[in-house]
Structure formats: C-alpha cells, structure tokens
Design a protein around this ligand. Structure first.
Ligand SMILES: [Mn+2]
Length: 357
C-alpha cells in the first residue's frame, strides 16, 4: 500500500510535488479539470471547491481534449521529483456532458472519452477516476465547530434546488443555455446511461491498460438538485461492478463518502470491495454523522477507525495508492498544505504500525 496526494490543476507544480514527497507520498493523483474557472468554485484558496447554486465554475474548452504530449509531460514532471503519476481524477464536463445527460452530442462525447483513455494508456497513466453524476458534488456547506475552530465541510440537510440548463456535474458547460431547468430522470434511467457508458468505454480501457475507477456519490443522498444519484448506499457499488464485468471496471473507493451513507457498516464495506480486488485507488478521510447531516473531520477523529480500515486493506492484499482526499484546513499561512501533511503523517504512521513500508 502506498501514500499519494491529490493535487488540483493549479497545484501541479514542482513545489507541490516536493511537498508531497516530503510528507511521505510516493504517488500523485492529478486533477486536470479547472474547477475554479470563472470564479465560481472558490477564491484564492487551494481548498476543495465549494461553489454556489451556479456550481463551481465554468467547464473547460469542449474542443481541447487533454493531449498525449501534455499527459506525458505531466508524468515526466511528476517523475522528475521522484514520484509516480497514479491517476487522473475526473473528466471535464465540457468533454462528456452529453454522456451524463444523454444529449445530442453523446456519440461525440463517447469518442472524446475513448480518445482520452487511449492517450492516457499511451502516456503510461494507469487509472482514470470518474464520478458518474448529474448534479456532481453539490449541496455541501462549510460549517463551524471543527476541532480547534477548524471550518468543516459537510451537509446540513438535502439540497433540491433544480439544476439550470447548461449545467451538469456542478459546472456550467453552456453559459448561454435557454432559461429553464434540467428535467429529472429516474434512478433506472441513470443506471441505463452508466451501463451504456461502461459497455462502450471498458473495451477501450482494457486495450489501453487503463483502469476506470468510479467514485461513489458525494454527498451520498438519493437525490441532489432533483436528480437521482447512482451509488448512495454501499451495496450500490456492487451493482456498478456487476453491471459490466471487466478487470478494468474499478472503484475510486472513497471511505469518507461510504461512511456518510445511512446503510451498511464501513468495515464490512471496505472488506467486501477490497477482497474482490475492485479498488483502483482509495480516498481515505474521516467524517462524523450520516447524510444528510455529516461533517468532514480530521483523520484521527470522527466515526471511522482509519487504522482499522488500513488493516483490512492490508489483510486483503490491497497494494494500490491511498490519498487523504479532503482534510480540514488548519490555521496558519498554508492551511491546505498543513491539513494534508497532517493526514499523510497519520496515514504513514498507520501503515508503518502495520509493517507496510
Ligand atoms: Mn472522495
């Protein structure tokens, strides 16, 4: 098992690669989507995007797919600091919105995703993390009351404001879309869209040597913004694996989101999926409470015994990368970095105590 660090697009710099290495990481997970474009996602901070009713910000350029040369350069930049590039996390809504929405550009967007997967394979990047969701990571708020006064991300009840046209995955892909809202679909229709997507993409992923790793819903509620969610209870992950069986159909296994779910036992869930070898990589963070009322906490507090999770992963032979995912910001001049360094130090000590080097 290895420690990694996830970095947002604007943070993919040699300094941050060195920071990761200094904090015990051997791997990087890179976000290439600029969640902060147009100012919707956040201000100057490095913290996870939060957004407004208009989402995080503007999606990217629909005509500019990530190039093979760009992906190779990123891998080389990471390797130049003695690390490995394990995964890219999240597609740009500009490149695949009509797969999620089953819109008129769907066929083109399937080709986009196939092209991206082929280029990742050619560039030597083993995992593509994705989140098959219409509303995306929406409805979270920042709440007071964290340890030492740290602000905490969480949810404070359901978030059902309908999603405006031109928006999907909590980003705006068409600022000029006509007024109105995206029609609600059923859970079964969402599963139909996912199944079609996997049937078309997984053969390309297999041929390219790239694992497709699915994140569960964050926040895990049956509906967000009036749109159904795919994996908002632990057992729904099994359906995702079984609906299109493939050695490249994997999970971006988010222990925090899974522990926020109202059903299941987090340790049984970790055991069930790691035992199958279904984990692409792991988001390991702690939380307090259950959806729709939970908080993201520091890694050593909260409801999850993170050391127990590490032990189950080890016992089941998981040899992939674990990243802290999110961490509360700490009161100093580098609030995001100190939060991450604290979490990585905890993970490192946990792994050492289990004899993992
Ligand atoms: Mn996560």
């Amino acid at each position: 098992m290895k420690i990694g660090l996830g970095l947002y697009r604007h943070m993919l710099t040699p300094d941050n690669f060195r920071f990761a290495k200094q904090a015990g990481a051997t791997h990087i997970v890179a976000h290439l989507v600029d969640y902060f474009k147009g100012g919707g996602g956040h201000s100057a901070s490095d913290d996870q995007p939060m957004g407004t009713d208009r989402g995080w910000g503007l999606a990217g350029d629909p005509t500019a797919l990530w190039t093979e040369a760009g992906l190779v350069q990123l891998r080389k930049d990471v390797e130049a600091e003695g690390l490995k590039l394990e995964a890219i996390e999240n597609f740009d809504p500009a490149h695949w919105h009509d797969i999620l929405l089953d819109g008129p550009l769907r066929a083109k967007h399937i080709e986009n995703v196939k092209t991206i997967i082929r280029r990742m394979g050619a560039a030597g990047i083993p995992i593509m993390g994705y989140n098959f969701s219409l509303a995306g990571v929406a409805g979270r708020v920042t709440l007071p009351g964290g340890r030492g006064g740290a602000p905490m991300v969480g949810t404070d009840g359901p978030y059902d404001l309908p999603m405006p046209n031109g928006m999907v995955w909590n980003m705006v892909y068409d600022p000029d879309a006509p007024a109105g809202t995206v029609p609600t679909i059923t859970h079964e229709e969402l599963w139909r869209r996912l199944t079609r997507f996997l049937e078309e993409i997984l053969p390309v992923a297999e041929a390219s040597g790239v694992q497709m790793a699915a994140h569960p819903d964050d926040p895990p509620m049956p509906y967000v913004r009036g749109q159904p969610r795919l994996v908002y209870q632990p057992q729904m992950y099994q359906r995702l694996l079984d609906v299109v069986p493939s050695p490249n159909n994997k999970l971006e296994f988010c222990v925090g989101s899974l522990a926020e779910m109202t059903e299941g036992d987090i340790y049984e869930t970790v055991d069930q999926y790691s035992r199958q070898g279904a984990l692409g990589y792991v988001h390991l963070r702690n939380i307090k409470g259950k959806a729709p009322h939970y908080r993201e906490t520091f890694i050593d507090e909260g409801d999850v015994d993170v050391l127990k999770v590490l032990r189950i992963l080890k016992d089941n032979g998981f040899d992939g990368v674990v990243i802290p995912d999110h961490a509360p910001q700490m009161s100093c001049d580098a609030p995001w970095h100190s939060g991450m360094a604290y979490a990585m130090g905890f993970l490192k000590a946990g792994m050492m105590s289990l004899g993992i080097r």
